[in-house]
Design a protein around this ligand. Structure first.
Ligand code: ADP
Ligand code: MG
Length: 230
């Protein structure tokens, strides 16, 4: 955890630079895409190459938009948010993908607090983590999502999967930019998630054992108990 935080800190300078570059890359990308689409009807037999170009441009766009999360958002909207509905909406988003892979979501929401945060950024974190869990499972498996009260002023969100786990040598590389073991991975999800958690005065910790699965523990400060007030 300490290490992830330290990495996130070190990366915030690099991140801001990357985000600045990402921003600059966006406009030429958009114009490239526009011109390819413009030429499309006249390409006849070559349209297949245009399709590849467009899908590669989409991939660059995706990576660039991931990097943009690292920029200080101009209109960051910190609002009180009920945590459980936020988690439920993320699960709803990913449920069909999980169903296709024969993966069950199990929830144990023992605590329903209100937290403070930027809704889309927090969703982004949970999407990243749960997507990683889904991608780590080969065949049937489960992803557990639980909430509980921690130290009287924090919520602990535990995301556990029955996936392939992470070897000891790999676990030190987590959170480094572009570190991925996936053919189509960006290696940005965990780095960006750690940064977002840091911006929310929270934490993100990963425990894993190869072949046994992975646990991601996220803590966030509580603004208010959903039932009653504190
Ligand atoms: P990406 O998903 O694009 O590879 P991430 O930053 O989200 O990038 O994750 C980096 C790497 O960490 C993954 O490629 C994978 O090797 C490992 N990883 C992350 N989460 C899990 C998990 N739940 N189970 C196994 N490995 C994981
Ligand atoms: Mg990922």
């Amino acid at each position: 955890n300490e290490e992830l935080l330290r990495k996130a800190e070190k990366l915030s300078v690099i991140g801001e630079l990357a985000a600045g570059i990402a921003h600059e890359i966006r406009n030429p990308l958009t114009s490239l895409k526009g011109f390819i689409q413009f030429l499309y009807p006249s390409m006849n037999d070559n349209q297949q190459y245009a399709d590849i170009m467009l899908s590669e441009l989409d991939r660059i766009n995706f990576i660039v938009s991931e990097l943009l999360v690292l920029a200080k958002p101009h209109s960051i909207q910190i609002k009180p948010l009920p945590l459980i509905p936020l988690l439920e909406s993320v699960l709803a988003l990913l449920r069909s993908e999980a169903n296709l892979k024969n993966i069950d979501f199990r929830t144990a929401f023992a605590y329903h607090p209100i937290i403070a945060g930027e809704e889309n950024q927090l969703k982004q974190v949970f999407i990243n983590i749960i997507k990683n869990a889904i991608e780590a499972i080969d065949g049937h498996g489960e992803v557990h999502i639980a909430t509980s009260l921690k130290d009287n002023h924090q919520v602990l969100i535990t995301l556990t999967d029955t996936g392939c786990g992470i070897s000891e040598e790999m676990i030190h590389k987590l959170g480094a930019p572009f570190f991925t073991t996936k053919e189509n991975g960006t290696g940005l999800g965990l780095m960006i998630s750690s940064k977002i958690m840091k911006d929310h005065n929270g934490s993100l910790e990963i425990k894993s054992r190869e072949h046994e699965g992975t646990v991601v523990e996220i803590t966030l400060p509580i603004v208010q108990d959903q039932i009653g007030s504190s």
